[in-house]
Design a protein around this ligand. Sequence first.
Ligand code: XUL
Ligand code: MN
Length: 350
Amino acid sequence: MNPSTTPTEYRFSFGPWNMSEGADPFGPDTRAVFPHEKKYALYRPLGFEGVQLHDDDAVPGLDDLTAAQIERQASQLKSVLANEGLTPEFVAPRLWFSERTIDGAYTSNSQSDRAYAWDRTKKCIDIARSIDCNAIVLWLSREGTYIREAKDAKVAYDRLLESINQMLDYDPTIEIWIEPKPNEPADQAYVPTIGHAIALAYASNAPKRVKGLIESAHAMLAGLDASDEMAFALAHDKLGSVHLNDQNGLKFDEDKNFGSANLRGAFNQVRVLEENGYGRRGEFIGLDVKTMRTQRGCPVTEHLSNSRTMFLHLVDKVRSLDPKLVQQFRDARDYEALEIHILKHLLGVG
Ligand code: XUL
Ligand code: MN
């Protein structure tokens, strides 16, 4: 690190859905419901100042509300966040719950379903505007197929780009951050990696306003290294945000605690972010972690504070790594020495 630069002061965010009731596809809630609106008071004490929101986290039941009702509820939320000293990081349209998005939203074969998706997206952007937030996250959950023959994939890509352009035109102040994920719920998603997301950004009418949000587990599910995915986005100045978590192999999207399955992988994500000045322009360290279904309590918050603490420990590890020594090993092409040095450094043994 350049000693003349002050260290980055990281800011952290999570979404209210990260405090879950413990249900999974095989069984019901295992914890009592903790009222959504009470969650905001927990952020600051846990060390978080950013709130990630779906459009219906911000305004519940928005499909059945008028524009004026949506506006009223959004401005109430704005005051709640301001009173708690919180910043909304992004708003994401939840386009995977409605009976009108069963076969996709922007890429559905049904014209009326696509019209619903656009209407809902406009409402999402309106909410973001009302709470002074300029980032819209697109997790393109149902934009994909269970079988390839179900949709014309070329047309689907055209429709995705067209939808992105429509959003950019609808509000010339917003940024769109695409959160790629290769599968689940679809068998195969149309935007599985950050490379696909960034290609869409460059093809759009406002490339500077389209970026990516990289979730560690999503990159791993694509068989990729999350730190390299982040480096790729950073090289294009297109890392809008991150969803740090962890994943134990190729299975369902586990949203495990950051660093809990692969500490060295987590270290490398932190190293890439820190070495490239991520966070210096106010970008958040976003988490997307779920506690274990087995955990007692209501609400359970330890997974959030523990993941944050792990991130900060790993920042210390990155800052205390001797860059000259790393360079020497690189110059000598002695990666065996580099590897054991990293492992010992992580273990804190000489
Ligand atoms: C899905 C996922 C979502 C997005 C926000 O796997 O990560 O929670 O982060 O819609
Ligand atoms: Mn996520």
